[in-house]
Design a protein around this ligand. Structure first.
Ligand code: NZQ
Ligand code: ZN
Length: 389
C-alpha cells in the first residue's frame, strides 16, 4: 500500500425528512447569507426547494436563489453565480440537486473568492480557498456530496479539478428524494457509482486487500440493489443502500494508498461534452470498451473481479477467458438496467472520433496522452472509441 493522507470532514445527515434540518445545519456550519443553487426544476416540482427555503426561514438566515443548472454543467451559470455571490455578500452555498448542481456550486465557491477567471482552477491552478458548500442530494450518482471534485464544461472542454477545501461541509441524504427520478436517470446513477468503483479497482499497486474488498462489497451491493430499484422505484431500502454506496464509492475511502485509473471517465467526458449525453450512459458504453482494450496489462486483476464480484468460474488454464467473462457480465448487467451499449445510442458519430481524440489527449494543457491503469496515446484512444461503434 502507498503512503496517503485522507481528510474527509463532511457531516452527513441521512434518512427521511432530513432536508427539513438544512437551515439548522447552515447555522451550525457558520453560514449567514446563502446562495441556494439548483437545477432545471425537479426540486421546484417536488416541493423540496420550498422545504429547504422554509428551514432557512426558521433560522432567520437570508438567501438568494440561482436555478437553471443543466446536466453536464456549463461555465455560463458559474460566472452568473460568482457575480451574484460577490454582489450579495454570500458566505455559504447550498446546492439542492444532483452532481451537476453540486459541481456548479463548487465552481462558484472557488470563483467567489478569486479575482481571476475561475476556469484557471480547471486548467491546473492550485485551489487554496473557497466559500463553504453544502448539499441536499437528489440523485445517487456522481458522489460529489462527499468528494473533493467538480467537473465543468467550458468552451467545449469538460474538465475536472479537486481539493480538500471543496469537500462539502454537510450533505443531507434522504433516499426518498430520489424516488421521483426517471428510471433512466436512476440507472445512469447506478452506472456512474459502479464506474467510480472500477476506476479504483484498476490499480497498479499490489497488496491492497482492504480497499479491494471494500470495492467488491460496494459493487455486490449495487448488483443486488439495482434490479430491486428498477423493478420498484419506490423501494426506499434499495434507494437507501444505493445512496450510501454512491457516497462511499467516491469519497475516496476505497481509493487511498493505491494508484487509480480514470481513463474511462476521461474518455466518457469527451462524449458528454460533445453530445450532452448523460455521464452514466456514456460510461455504460465506454467501460466495456476500455476494459477490453487494457485487460492485458493485468489479466489476473480482471479475473479476480470476475470471480469475486460477478461469480464467474476461474479458468486456471486460460485466465483471459475469466477476465473476458467478467467484462461481459458487467456489459450485460448495464443493458439489463436500461443502459445503452453503442455509440449510436448516445447520439455519437464516427466522423467525430479524430476531434474527440485530439481534445482528449491534447486539449486544455493535456500532455499528448491520458494516464491511468494503462497510459493511452491518441492511437489507443481512437481504437477504444471504435470498439464502441
Ligand atoms: O436539473 P433537474 O431538473 O434537477 O433534473 C435532473 C437532471 O435532469 C434530474 N434529477 C436529479 N434529481 C432528481 C431529478 N429528477 C427527478 N427527481 C430527482 N430527485 O436528473 C438529471 C441529472 O442530474 P445531474 O445532476 O446531471 O446528475 P448526476 O448527479 O449524475 O451528475 C452528473 C454530472 O456530475 C459529473 C458528471 O460528469 C456530470 O457532469 N461528475 C462529477 C463528479 C464529482 N464531482 O466528483 C464525479 C463524476 O464522475 C462525474 O464526472
Ligand atoms: Zn463518474
Amino acid at each position: 500500500m502507498n503512503n496517503f493522507t485522507f481528510y474527509a470532514p463532511t457531516f452527513f445527515a441521512f434518512g427521511k425528512d432530513t432536508e427539513n434540518d438544512a437551515g439548522a445545519y447552515v447555522k451550525r456550519f457558520g453560514g449567514t447569507k446563502v446562495l441556494i443553487h439548483y437545477g432545471g426544476g425537479s426540486v421546484v416540482r417536488s416541493g423540496l426547494l420550498d422545504r429547504v427555503k422554509a428551514s432557512l426561514d426558521r433560522e432567520a438566515i437570508p438567501y438568494v436563489l440561482l436555478g437553471g443548472v443543466q446536466p453536464n454543467p456549463k461555465s455560463d451559470l458559474v460566472y452568473t453565480g460568482i457575480d451574484l455571490c460577490k454582489k450579495e455578500s454570500v458566505d455559504f452555498l447550498l446546492a439542492v440537486g444532483g452532481g451537476s448542481t453540486i459541481d456548479s456550486a463548487k465552481a462558484i465557491s472557488m470563483g467567489a473568492l478569486y479575482d481571476g477567471d475561475f476556469w484557471d482552477f480547471y486548467s491546473g491552478k492550485k485551489i487554496e480557498r473557497a466559500l463553504p458548500v453544502a448539499t441536499v442530494l437528489t440523485i445517487a450518482a456522481a458522489g460529489s456530496e462527499g468528494s473533493t471534485n467538480t467537473v465543468i464544461t467550458h468552451k467545449g472542454f469538460k474538465r475536472g479539478t479537486g481539493s480538500d477545501v471543496l469537500r462539502p461541509k454537510f450533505s443531507i441524504l434522504n433516499p426518498a428524494l430520489t424516488q421521483t427520478l426517471p428510471p433512466y436517470q436512476t440507472a445512469c446513477g447506478i452506472t456512474d457509482i459502479m464506474a467510480h468503483l472500477y476506476e479504483r479497482y484498476l490499480t497498479r499497486t499490489t497488496d491492497v486487500e482492504v480497499t479491494d474488498r471494500m470495492i467488491e462489497a460496494l459493487l455486490l451491493t449495487m448488483i443486488h440493489e439495482a434490479p430491486r430499484v428498477i423493478a420498484d422505484p419506490n423501494c426506499y431500502e434499495a434507494r437507501a443502500n444505493i445512496m450510501w454506496a454512491g457516497m462511499m464509492a467516491h469519497n475516496n475511502s476505497c481509493g487511498v494508498g493505491r494508484t487509480q485509473d480514470w481513463n474511462s471517465h476521461s474518455i466518457e467526458h469527451e462524449l458528454s461534452a460533445m453530445y450532452d449525453c448523460a455521464h452514466g450512459a456514456g460510461l455504460a458504453v465506454t467501460m466495456p470498451a476500455v476494459f477490453t482494450y487494457v485487460m492485458h496489462r493485468d489479466v489476473m486483476r480482471f479475473a479476480q473481479i470476475a470471480v469475486r464480484v460477478w461469480g464467474c468460474e476461474m479458468d486456471f488454464a486460460n485466465p483471459e477467458n475469466t477476465a473476458r467473462a467478467g467484462i461481459e457480465a458487467l456489459r450485460k448487467f448495464l443493458i439489463s438496467i436500461g443502459m445503452p451499449q453503442s455509440f449510436a445510442e448516445l447520439g455519437a458519430k464516427e466522423e467525430d472520433i479524430p476531434h474527440m481524440v485530439d481534445v482528449l489527449c491534447n486539449g486544455n494543457g493535456r500532455p499528448g496522452y491520458i494516464d491511468g491503469f494503462v497510459r493511452l496515446y491518441p492511437e489507443d484512444c481512437e481504437k477504444i472509441y471504435r470498439l464502441m461503434i
